[in-house]
Design a binder for this molecule. Structure first.
Ligand code: DAU
Length: 345
């Protein structure tokens, strides 16, 4: 198959490109190389005979239409997205642009080109905060951040193409993903890399928000599985089954690095911070997928990856990231006045 993976230079996208190549597929990676897109993530496959890279944006209707038609693409997997909640609070427009408009442009071009399969990579955040129980695919959407609202908008557009045109779409809603090559604005790589440098770990609110952690390898396996076997017009939750409170994840990271819990700094909470996410994955399990990486082992090897790939993240942290970190964390860390609450033990 000839598969177009959009956002293939990003975190999930790059792991997915590698996985599809390993399975014998031909892969075209379309990536706009915005701040978190990094071709270094795919250095090992850059010269692979079944891999091509095109620098471009999913919002560019002419370009995507030409690529899909001329290169005779069989299937599209849309990983291109603005994904960071904190950035969506600082700059919501970019999220509506890529996650809604961009998805719409790509979808329409794929329909017109007669592409046989379109998978939208989405998120469990569209269900909103889940106080008890777990979200099923039939639950109502209740997104609460500009990021999750934009993803929900994209999901609805994609679903409408099945209802309206019988265009064979499938969607995955993944839970919090972690692993190598994740841009260090996200919780796990930020905390690991800050801890390596003995910098404070800025824990939002009371640190008891809960996320369901999914290894990037399991996430990509889930995406591939749904791409191949999912029923058209259907949504599939893909969760790791590892619900942990943030404080416990922070302590685990510090333990692996042999660092003190006193690095944890409680800071001003994220506005509208969702308390908990939890997804019911019976539907994708019935299709034959299940997660395989135990969380403790996944965290251990992820910490090890950042420890042994310092040049990868130091290059990022000394670039654009610096200004972002000051904007997002400067006041929080200064306001905290160095106070560290309840981290003993
Ligand atoms: O649930 C899937 C989603 O998971 C994906 O769709 C998003 O793209 C991805 O960013 C992630 O969203 P979160 O907002 O849950 O992930 P993040 O890594 O930003 O934060 C995880 C938790 O850690 C959350 O409760 C906020 C907290 N946190 C995060 C950061 C960056 C902190 O306490 N301090 C921090 O500095």
């Amino acid at each position: 198959m000839k598969i177009m993976v959009t956002g293939g230079a990003g975190f999930v996208g790059s792991h997915l490109v590698r996985r599809l190549l390993e399975r014998g597929e031909e892969v075209m990676n379309l990536d706009a190389l915005k701040y978190s897109g990094n071709l270094e993530n795919l250095q090992d496959v850059a010269n692979h005979p079944r891999y091509t890279f095109v620098h471009g944006d999913i919002c560019d209707a002419k370009l995507v239409a030409a690529l899909l038609r001329e290169r005779r693409i069989d299937g599209v997997i849309n990983c291109a997205a603005e994904t960071h909640v904190d950035r969506s609070i600082l700059d919501p427009g970019a999220f509506a642009q890529t996650d809604v408009i961009g998805t719409g442009v790509l979808l329409e071009a794929a329909r017109r080109a007669g592409v046989g399969r379109f998978l939208q990579v989405s998120t469990d955040e569209v269900y909103g905060s889940v106080e008890t129980g777990s979200s099923t695919e039939d639950d109502p959407l209740s997104p609460r951040s500009p990021y999750s609202a934009s993803k929900a908008g994209g999901d609805l557009l994609v679903l409408s193409y099945w209802t309206t045109y019988h265009f064979p779409v499938v969607l995955t809603r993944g839970s919090n993903t972690y692993g190598p090559n994740q841009y260090p604005e996200k919780f796990i790589p930020l905390f690991v890399t800050n801890a390596i440098d003995d910098q404070p770990l800025p824990l939002y609110g009371d640190g008891r928000n809960c996320r369901d952690w999914l290894s990037v390898y399991d996430h990509c396996a889930g995406i591939e599985h749904v791409f191949r076997h999912g029923a058209p017009g259907r949504l599939y939750n893909v969760g790791g089954g590892n619900e942990r409170e943030n404080i416990d994840v922070a302590r685990l990271i510090l333990q692996h690095l042999g660092k003190s819990n006193s690095l944890i700094r409680y800071v001003q909470d994220r506005p509208g911070h969702d308390r908990r996410y939890s997804v019911d994955c019976s539907r994708v399990r019935a299709l034959g997928w299940e997660p395989t990486v135990p969380f403790e082992e996944g965290i251990r090897s992820t910490v090890e990856w950042y420890r042994t790939h310092e040049s990868w993240w130091r290059t990022i942290k000394s670039g654009e990231f610096k200004a972002y970190y000051e904007q997002a964390y400067g006041h929080r860390l200064r306001e905290g006045g160095g106070e560290v609450k309840g981290v003993a033990g």
